[in-house]
Write a protein that binds this ligand. Sequence first.
Ligand SMILES: NC(=O)c1ccc[n+]([C@@H]2O[C@H](COP(=O)([O-])OP(=O)(O)OC[C@H]3O[C@@H](n4cnc5c(N)ncnc54)[C@H](OP(=O)(O)O)[C@@H]3O)[C@@H](O)[C@H]2O)c1
Length: 271
Amino acid sequence: MNTVITGASDGIGAASALELARKGHRLVLVGRTASKLSAVADQVAAITGDRPDTLTVDFTSFEDVRRVAADLLDRCERIDVLVNNAGVMSTKRQGTADGHELMIQVNHLSPFLLTNLLLDRIKESSGRVVTTCSRAAKTGRLDPADLSRERRKWSGWLQYGDSKQANALFTVSLAERGIAATCVHPGVIRTGFAPGTFFMKLVLHMPGMGEPVEAGAARLTHLAAHPDGVDHPGRYFAGNVPAAVPRQMSDPDLAAALWSASLAATGHHES
Ligand SMILES: NC(=O)c1ccc[n+]([C@@H]2O[C@H](COP(=O)([O-])OP(=O)(O)OC[C@H]3O[C@@H](n4cnc5c(N)ncnc54)[C@H](OP(=O)(O)O)[C@@H]3O)[C@@H](O)[C@H]2O)c1
């Protein structure tokens, strides 16, 4: 299995890379910070004896996403699994050079673009796409005409919820196009995610509030390696089973509107 995993430099993504290496996947590690990615590659090499390829990318730049997608297409004759895991939560409103709010670009628009650029290769490989979503998606109130919340109230958690709702709707749209796509709530996991927030302080310091990275990695890699990742296209998983979701995470019309808005936002043209 040739598996590409984003956000592989830290947290759930790094732990998932190690778990997938143990399961025998041939990995390409994609991450933002070269030094952290290199350390994870060393850990993978210690398991498999082979050092995986590493590719750096900054999801705040569509140009960088296009560059890394071209590099992946050069390197990978097959892509059996694409794990869209990179993500960010920020309490501060930030914009990207492409003119979007940070979280909608890093958590949805860039993975949307990367997946679309790799989609033919994934289809040729009868591959699957697994996205790290969140139960925060249930709080999402995404408006395809206002992805960056320029015309509505903005808060970090509201915008994060919208971006994770987008992960679920993107999964629905990929499934409609015949792709074995699923997404997953990894659990509440002790990582460097959402630094400084009251919620993550509780997760990191209150006994019983959070789980170790290996627990999140087990849920993510389940969908990358188990038939469940193929047998339930379009579904959101929690605790290794497809879970019921509110309408705004599964509505095919909203998913289609998001797809069109994402094409416009990324400037991608479908072949
Ligand atoms: N932790 C939780 O409780 C929890 C719960 C639900 C969902 N999630 C989701 O799980 C996923 C992984 O998060 P985590 O908890 O493992 O957090 P993390 O330890 O902060 O890891 C996030 C990963 O995303 C990468 N990343 C961040 N911004 C990026 C950018 N601009 N371009 C490219 N890569 C970027 C990071 O790269 P660097 O190493 O360079 O920072 C890192 O590899 C995210 O999608 C998050 O939304 C987490």
